[in-house]
Design a binder for this molecule. Structure first.
Ligand SMILES: [Zn+2]
Length: 281
């Protein structure tokens, strides 16, 4: 490299960021590499091709490879989804500069405002996720939770896509009623199974009251048995907490003033690849 006349033109990091998780929930090897500042490089032309390929995007492989290329992080599936969404902002910033346009619908007159989001402000809003996330159920159980991993977020979005495809196929195929019900049931069962699985993954421990004492259960097998028999009200309570945790770590909303009527409102930003890198366009 030292003899290369192109040395000063070689790709260099555009910024350094601290991740929302600071590596708290990763495996030991990944965690040790992401507690400090992470260099963020702009996307290469190969990255840009990868991220615009709808087929590769579906299984998450292309997002994983672009994240790796732009940050050097090897095991990106192990990152929290909060970290990955934050890195998408940083990569977009490093590649295309500070402004990103989004549509924001005014709640007053439904006017669609085209707004330039200041990505630097989102990057500056990063906060360390240092809470113990807990929700308490009506029966007294305290459930300690961890943020969702990128791996599980990816599995859920792939599943949602497959579900949509299945429904479309059923509608198009003019199958007999009994066949349709069979396909529906199988598809819904797969979704329910994945929801249970990701919930078990998210539960770090359950604190059981025993008189004046407490007992903490961390065994995933025991937690799994409990989750599988859980009431829908309990599952909903936990899911609400998990949804709230998904928005931790940096600003997910943006202040907008409607250009038509002057109403001030907050719009939420979808931190997904198609929003950030115009996939398929
Ligand atoms: Zn308006």
């Amino acid at each position: 490299m030292s003899d290369n006349p192109l040395k000063s033109y070689v790709r260099t990091p555009k910024l350094q960021v601290l991740l929302p998780s600071r590596g708290k929930w990763g495996d030991a090897e990944t965690a040790s590499k992401i507690t400090g500042e992470i260099p963020v490089y702009p996307m290469t032309s190969k990255d840009e091709v990868m991220i615009k390929n709808p087929d590769a995007l579906l299984n998450g492989e292309s997002v994983a490879s672009v994240l790796k290329s732009c940050t050097g992080i090897e095991n990106v599936y192990d990152l929290t989804n909060n970290d990955v969404e934050f890195l998408l902002v940083a990569i977009r910033y490093a590649t295309n500069g500070n402004e990103m346009e989004i549509d924001a619908v005014c709640p007053n007159d439904q006017h669609v405002n085209r707004v330039a989001v200041d990505l630097e402000r989102i990057l500056d809003s990063v906060e360390e996720m240092d809470k113990t996330y807990q929700t308490k159920l009506e029966n007294g159980l305290k459930v300690n939770l961890r943020p969702m991993s990128f791996k599980n977020a990816q599995r859920l979005s792939l599943n949602a896509f497959q579900e949509a495809t299945t429904l479309q196929t059923i509608n198009d195929a003019k199958l007999p009623q009994t066949e349709r019900i069979k396909v529906f049931n199988k598809s819904f069962e797969a979704i329910a199974d994945l929801a249970v699985e990701t919930m078990i993954d998210a539960i770090v421990s359950v604190v059981v009251p025993e008189g004046d004492e407490e007992k903490t259960v961390t065994d995933k097998k025991f937690i799994g048995e409990w989750v599988k028999g859980m009431s829908s009200a309990e599952a909903k309570k936990i899911q609400e907490k998990l949804d709230e945790m998904n928005k931790e770590g940096f600003d997910h909303s943006y202040n907008v003033v409607c250009e038509e009527c002057g109403t001030k409102f907050k719009t939420s930003i979808e931190f997904n690849v198609s929003n950030f890198f115009g996939t398929g366009s």
